[in-house]
Design a protein around this ligand. Sequence first.
Ligand code: NAD
Length: 314
Amino acid sequence: MKVVIIGSGMVGATSAYAIMMRKAASDIVLIDANEKRAIAEAQDIMHAFPFVAATDIYAGSYQDLKDAKIVVIAAGASQKPGETRLMLMEKNAAIMRDIISKTIAVNPNVIFLVATNPVDVITHICINIAKEFGIPSSKIIGSGTTLDTARFRSLLGSYIGVDPQNVHAYVIGEHGDSEVLCWSNIDIGGVPLEDFIAHRNIEFNEEIKNKIDDGVRNAAYKIIEGKGSTYYGIAGAVAKLVEVINRDNRAVLTVSTLKEDVDGIKNVTLSLPHLIGGDGDLGVLPIRLSVKEKMLLKKSAEIIKEKIDEYENK
Ligand code: NAD
C-alpha cells in the first residue's frame, strides 16, 4: 500500500520514518514545496532500511498519487513576524486548496489524513474544499486528539505503573487548549480506574489529576519551549493511523471529523472516539460522559466553531 506525505518538514519526515519503522506501508512518497528537502529526507530515511524492512521511499510528484491509498497532509507555513493568526490561516487554507485540487485531479479515491495545525479548523477547511470537488467529508480525517489521547495514556500509565496500551482513556474535543480529558470512563484492562487504584493501593486525588491534565494539555508548549517544535508524538499517531487504514485494523482512535451537531453546536469539526478501518472513518462511538465533561465538550465545540466562523466570515 502506498502512502504519499505532502509536506516533508519535521512532522512529514518523522511520520515517514515512523511508518517505515512500523512497516505500515510498502511505498512512501514525499512531496514538498522544497523539493531538495523531500529528496534529502527520503534518502536519509532509506538508509535505515537495512536495519528495519525494505520499504520503497522516494521524493515524488503528484503523479505518484495515482495508486496511493492515503495522503498525509503535513504541509504548512509558519507564522511570520507581524502576521496574525487569521493571516496564517488564510495562507494555510491556500496551501490546502493547492494540495487537495492537485491530489483529486490525479486520484479522487484517496483518504486524506490532515496533521497541519490548527488541525480541527484546517480539517474543516479541507472538508469544505474537497466538497467543491464532490468528495465526501468521510474521506477527510484530522489527526485531532489522537496525540493528546496518547499523551494522556502515557502519563496516566506511567503514574499507575501500567503499560499505556492497557490504559483506555480518551481526550476529546479540540486539539488545543479546550480539549477535554475524559476521567469518568477510564478502564485499565477492563477494570474501572477507581477499582484499579483501590485494588493496587495507589494514591490518587485532584492534585494528581490536575498534574496529569496539565502535562497533557500543555505538552506542546513545554516541548516547543525546549526544542522549537513537536514531531515524534504526532509521527507515532500518523503511523498508527496509516497502519490501521492500510491493514483494515479497525482501531478506536480519537480523530477529528465533521460533526453535524455537538450538543447544539452545528457543523463543527472535532475529535471523538471513532472506529477507523480500511475505508477510513467507519463512524463515531457513543462515549459516555459525565455532566461536567459534556459541558466542557460543548465549550470546546463552541471555541472551534468561533475559529471556523472567524475564518469563514473574514
Ligand atoms: P515544517 O516547517 O518543518 O514543515 C512544513 C513543510 O511544509 C515545509 O517543508 C514546507 O516546505 C512544506 N510546504 C509548505 N507549503 C507546501 C505546499 N504547498 N506543498 C508542499 N509542501 C509545502 O513544519 P512541521 O514542524 O513539520 O509542522 C507541520 C505542521 O504540522 C504544522 O502546521 C504544525 O503545527 C503541525 N503539527 C501538528 C501536530 C498535530 O498533533 N496535529 C503536531 C505537531 C505539529
